[in-house]
Design a binder for this molecule. Structure first.
Ligand SMILES: Nc1ncnc2c1ncn2[C@@H]1O[C@H](COP(=O)(O)OP(=O)(O)OP(=O)(O)O)[C@@H](O)[C@H]1O
Ligand SMILES: [Mg+2]
Length: 433
């Protein structure tokens, strides 16, 4: 099934005006054909990657023969998923022959007498950093450029030494202090780069209903960035969409008959938090109670063994699917195993992905908290972005009053992240434990 879909010819909808500009800027009749490259930024799902990758290959195949190009994603895996997979389907309908040398991550694309190699790299993959150093490129496409380390960007651009080579960058916005905004977008004139800003209306394949659905999933700074396409700062409250009247429940709802989860943010001096998650009949995941112990406030530290005993009390009478623990607390996982909890696993700790997900689960009312979870509810009101880091272009939460917030994030990112099937996926294998 999957194979059939991924190899089918791409079904194009009419290109929008923006996409047409992106497809033609390098062509002989274009007034900007001598520019050194193009940047496309803006909203998610706005048709940047599809139009840019097709344009890139058409330009490369028209302008060069027997040379090398690079197509880069955040990782090789994401480049293959987001760029190469649709690209192969698009090229298929247009008379190009594509041979994928999978083990070398090279696509050889040919048509008539013209044949070029397109190397696939991941900006965050260490192996890519070494491999790209030795290569001479005639063109470079960076998909999701703002997610790559600056060092990879510098290395990759320095490889484009061939006369007539061009740079192709696309991304969603990050903070206004981000290096890609400051050093590339804001200096586009001196770098001789064209610039196109995309919104979801520039993708004519999206129905109004789908666009409305995307809009409804985001709020706050992420709405500004992913829907409005603005380079807006992560400032103030992280979960400004948290609303007591919607997300805090005074009375217990009816629960489904599925096993519960516990998430744990571990601390000795700092607070140690356990949250118990149960699924309500309306499929919301509700935190029904919390455990919150601060060694510092109580002037007494607890040992792993004591915490494991507290866990035993905390979950007594409950059917538990997994205990999902702070990944840095290996010793506590061992202590839990010793007590016979064979289902303790470490959490997925991708901070920003997790925060984005928690935010969108709040906006769409997929998670809630019983009113007895006082510390968790309080932390929603004090969990803020680090404004100094924001000036450097980094999105980092202030590491203060963040313990229950981490435990909330662990649950969402480990159990509810798209592609994870609750209760059936083998978390142990996934997280290598
Ligand atoms: N002209 C088109 N015809 C058919 N489908 C299209 C067209 N343009 C875009 N799409 C589809 O719309 C979706 C979003 O496009 P694309 O991935 O290029 O957006 P993007 O701006 O790169 O999004 P993101 O910022 O999330 O990476 C994809 O499923 C793509 O196949
Ligand atoms: Mg994209």
């Amino acid at each position: 099934m999957g194979r059939g879909v991924s190899s089918a010819v791409f079904k194009f909808k009419p290109f929008s005006r923006k996409q047409l500009q992106l497809l033609t800027w390098w062509q002989s009749e274009s007034p900007v054909k001598d520019m050194d490259g193009i940047i496309c930024d803006g909203a998610i799902r706005s048709g940047k990657t599809v139009a840019m990758s097709l344009s890139f290959v058409m330009w490369a195949m028209t302008s060069f023969n027997c040379v090398d190009f690079a197509i880069c994603g955040k990782t090789v895996g994401s480049a293959r998923r987001n760029v190469i997979k649709p690209l192969k389907r698009m090229l298929k309908g247009r008379g190009y022959k594509v041979t994928d040398h999978r083990s070398d991550n090279i696509l050889t694309i040919s048509r008539g007498d013209v044949s070029n190699d397109f190397h696939i790299f991941g900006g965050k993959d260490e192996s890519s950093q070494d491999l790209i150093q030795g290569i001479t490129l005639s063109g470079l496409l960076l998909d999701e450029a703002a997610l790559m380390p600056r060092s990879f960007f510098d290395q990759a651009t320095a490889r484009c030494s061939v006369e007539g080579s061009k740079f192709w960058y696309n991304c969603n916005p990050a903070g206004p202090g981000h290096w890609f905004k400051q050093e590339v977008i804001d200096k586009r004139e001196e770098k001789r780069l064209c610039y196109l800003h995309f919104t979801m209306d520039d993708n004519l394949s999206l129905s109004e209903r789908i666009k409305a659905r995307y809009r409804s999933q985001w709020s706050g700074v992420f709405y500004d960035r992913y829907i409005e396409g603005q380079w807006s700062a992560a400032d103030g409250l992280i979960y400004d969409m948290f609303d007591r009247s919607r997300h805090v429940l005074a009375a217990s709802p009816e629960f489904d008959d599925v096993p519960a989860y516990v998430t744990c943010d571990y601390g000795t001096l700092n607070p140690c938090v356990f949250l118990l998650w149960k699924r309500a009949k309306d499929r919301r995941w509700i935190v029904t109670k919390e455990y919150y112990y601060s060694g510092r406030d109580n002037k007494k530290l607890r040992t792993d063994e004591e915490y494991a005993n507290d866990m035993l009390d905390f979950i007594s009478g409950e059917r538990i699917n997994r205990i999902i623990v702070d990944p840095s607390a290996a010793s506590f996982i061992t202590a839990l195993c010793k007590k016979g909890f064979k289902n303790a696993v470490s959490a997925n700790n991708a901070v920003l992905d997790g925060i984005r997900l928690v935010g969108s689960l709040l906006v769409t009312d997929k998670i809630g908290f019983m009113s007895c979870c006082e510390n968790t509810i309080r932390e929603f009101g004090s969990y803020v972005w680090d404004s100094k880091a924001a000036q450097r272009g980094e999105d980092i939460p202030v590491k203060q009053f963040d313990h229950a917030m981490d435990a909330v994030r662990y649950f969402c990112n480990t159990v509810l992240a798209p592609g994870r099937k609750v209760g059936t996926s083998d978390l142990r294998k996934r997280y290598n434990i």
